[in-house]
Design a protein around this ligand. Structure first.
Ligand code: PMP
Length: 406
């Protein structure tokens, strides 16, 4: 037989397919709510002013070259990144028991974390499994399967309340065999926009500790969710304080608007410094065989921002601009649906959910109708990206949504 003849044709990635269909549509009022990237009020990608400034500084820095970075990344970047997510007064950092490695954005951090667990986690008699929220970022499934870890679902989203299935979640934590691995979204859960409250996080931490579970924490939206970097890191820092065994995957794609630059880090928290040194040595070996050395440009940009107090303040303002616009769109959509259009149903979740994404609660038929009748592009599960809404199109979207649910 001809070489590769038996290779099955894979389906196209649904999100990228959606964007292609949107681009082909010639309707003037078309809206793309599938996109997972920030857009400004003119529906344009936004380069953060602080990133522009950092880029200018790098361009004029005659001491920089294109040599390889160390295997584990730019040290000023990984140290600054660890402080950003864990907090500068983190006990784990003070005790030098965090192994931080620069990765190919959040995806690379998830991959390296999964690969590390696959090789070194004390699975004991447990099967190699990871518990994923139902639903989760679709790539989580593929990332774990790729390294021989089988994904299994835990209850998370409750379609009846369009909120958290807290009881189902806690029951799953209690029912899983000891030392199971649970993937948790640090904030701004993708795709639902539904996060646990602080009280609920505390109960989740208790259940994790009681069953000696491992928390694989994915943090792709720090600052982007609430507009406040510390607030969005609350759960991560609380877990470290409580002593939950854990690692954190960190992405600068959204909060610094550096999507294509692939800036991220993996932070593995260990019980002590000696263990942490060993963990870091193995992460380095794994990274060496996969990427040899991480890319330098984006890490240099973020390193400048994290380590220069003025630029850090400017970044916080830029983050507030993005998160603030998204929060404003939530409020405006909610106001239009409830006060102006009197759309049937309860829409509280639009303002209660957090981050870029919102689960509207509409069914696949209604979602399809939005696309075919109103030229509004969104995933079949009813998830919308708030970043695709702006002051010019939010009314048209509200009216279109109203029409399909009526
Ligand atoms: N985790 C989650 C939950 C995400 O939503 C994303 C971005 N869509 C990522 C990780 C990784 O994104 P990136 O690799 O661009 O940092």
């Amino acid at each position: 037989a001809e070489l590769w003849q038996s290779v099955p044709l894979a389906p196209p990635d649904s999100i990228f397919q959606l964007t292609a269909a949107y681009k082909e549509d010639t309707f003037e009022k078309k809206i793309n709510l599938g996109v997972g990237a920030y857009r400004d009020d003119d529906n344009k990608p936004w380069i953060l002013p602080v990133v522009k400034e950092a880029t200018r500084i790098l361009l004029n820095d005659e001491t920089l070259d294109h040599e390889y970075l160390p295997i584990t990344g730019l040290p000023e970047f990984t140290v600054g990144a660890a402080k950003l997510i864990l907090g500068s007064s983190s006990p784990a950092l003070a005790e030098a028991r965090v192994a931080s490695v620069q990765t190919i954005s959040g995806t690379g951090a998830n991959h390296l974390g999964a690969l590390f667990l696959s090789k070194f986690y004390q699975w004991g008699t447990n099967e190699k499994r990871v518990y994923l929220s139902n639903p989760t970022w679709a790539n989580h499934h593929a990332i774990f399967k790729n390294v021989g870890i089988e994904p299994v679902d835990y209850p998370y989203y409750d379609p009846k309340t369009i909120g958290l299935d807290f009881t189902g979640f806690i029951d799953a934590l209690n029912a899983a065999p000891e030392r199971s691995v649970f993937l948790l979204h640090a904030c701004a859960h993708n795709p639902t926009g539904v996060d646990p409250t602080q009280e609920q996080w505390a109960a989740i931490a208790d259940a994790l500790i009681a069953k000696k579970h491992y928390a694989f924490v994915d943090c792709a939206y720090q600052g982007f969710a609430s507009g406040d970097l510390d607030k969005d890191a609350w759960a991560v820092r609380f877990f470290v304080e409580k002593g939950v065994p854990m690692l954190v995957c960190q992405s600068f794609a959204k909060n610094a608007g550096l999507y294509g630059e692939r800036v991220g880090a993996l932070h593995v928290v260990s019980p002590n410094k000696e263990t942490s040194t060993k963990v870091k040595s193995q992460l380095s070996v794994l990274s060496r065989s996969e990427i040899s050395n991480p890319p330098s440009h984006g890490a240099r940009i973020v390193s400048l921002i994290l380590n220069n107090p003025n630029m850090f303040e400017a970044w916080k303002r830029d983050i507030k601009t993005m998160a603030g616009r998204i929060i404003d769109m939530r409020k405006e959509l909610f106001r239009l649906l409830t006060e102006e259009l009197h759309t049937p149903g309860n829409w509280d979740h639009i303002v209660n959910q957090i981050g870029m994404f919102s689960f509207t609660g509409i069914n696949p038929t209604q979602s399809k109708a939005l696309t075919s009748e109103a030229h509004v592009y969104l995933t079949a599960n009813g998830r919308i990206s708030m970043a695709g809404l702006n002051t010019k199109n939010v009314r048209y979207f509200a009216e279109s949504l109203d029409a399909v649910v009526r």
